[in-house]
Design a protein around this ligand. Sequence first.
Ligand code: SF4
Length: 457
Amino acid sequence: MKTLYWTLARARFGKEWPISHQGGFGLELIRMLTQIEGFDAAATRHPRRKTYGVKVGHVCVGDGAPIVVQSMTNTDTADIESTFKQTVELAEAGSEIVRWTVNVPEAAAAVPEIKKRMLDVACRAPIIGDFHYNGHVLLTKYPECAKQLDKYRINPGNVGAGQRRDEQFSTICKVAVDNGKPVRIGVNGGSLNQELVMRKMQENTDKSLGKDSEQIINECMVISALESAELALESGLRHDQIIISCKTSRPRDLITVYRDLSAKTEQPLHLGLTEAGMGMKGQIWSAASLGVLLYEGIGDTIRISLTPRPGGDRREEVYAACELLQALGLRSFAPSVTACPGCGRTTSTTFQELAEAIQGYIRDMMPIWKTQFEGVESMTLAVMGCIVNGPGESKAANIGISLPGTGEAPRCPVYIDGKKDVTLEGTYDELAAAFQALVDNYIAKKYPRKVAESVTN
Ligand code: SF4
């Protein structure tokens, strides 16, 4: 590697190059190396930060386990049928843990029945109860709810004030101890312990520390999480029963807070940009902040908190989380589709429609494929718009199709594992059906059959 570094350095800058260029060269080198066949970009990632491992149901979070995808229902938990249905959908989409709001007695009372229905359909996704204000009451009054949940989320900013906050927080921890459950201490920028913030603001003024309010709030988030973790330990929980999160709604704050937090604790960390927003904004802001942290080895489970459109699909946040981990080479969840953006050479929409149809087909089929075929999630597909990059990208994929651009002959060569296999022709519907058949055949031949599984996630 060292020899390669100097060879590339000379090729880029000549025998000598200015000191001022040498730092930039490091970055440029990484970009150059990623273009070299066989170079493993993942090798440039920071190693995963060492943490305790926490078992949430049958899923391990931390201690080097694969980074876990989680999500949260937006149904009324007291509505048993809709919460059950959405939970199964989220689990099938790839959510390895699902969180439910437990806010009122009716919601706490519904928990055992929803869990029972999940087991009836072999859905084993561990369930987290999300508690604010009255968790100490609900978990005490509804012991079956406490027993059936796999983890309790406690927001230390929402468990009361002063002495009562510590008592109520400890009550929840003791219920967790009695039931052998882990907790997440989930600090949130929007509900930070105000007594702590006021104390730190005053200290800043009294000692002329010169910190701005953003710095103080970020520090308070970390302090709140760490003090709460100490209190949880004093209440009888073990290190392997505590997960921490410190969510903010601004990416730069999130990165600052988690870097600080990860340097100060070995508890596993749940990452998420809170209130990330709708659609593209929420996805990009989440990916920008979580991507930096994950690349630095920080984070053991993630949720991407997207605001769905009215009537929108809650599974979008699961797809986004899976795509993020797959993009960073941290996990593989489903075959990836490479599709070109299109340009003046693609005046028809056929290739866009085909790319969308293939992506949809993979999402629909993956819950079935993943129970049947070993390693199918590593498959790569390409749907390209013209001859310029079409054959090249298609050859690099397991199955690639190069559609004709404007003015090209109406034929679509298909490449399988780098070799030309067949040329397709016809309408969009015929192309889509033929390409899906090629995908089905490839999977059946290439990936070994799994022994039948009895779970859906
Ligand atoms: S592959 Fe062809 S159609 Fe697609 S972006 Fe490149 S030049 Fe345009």
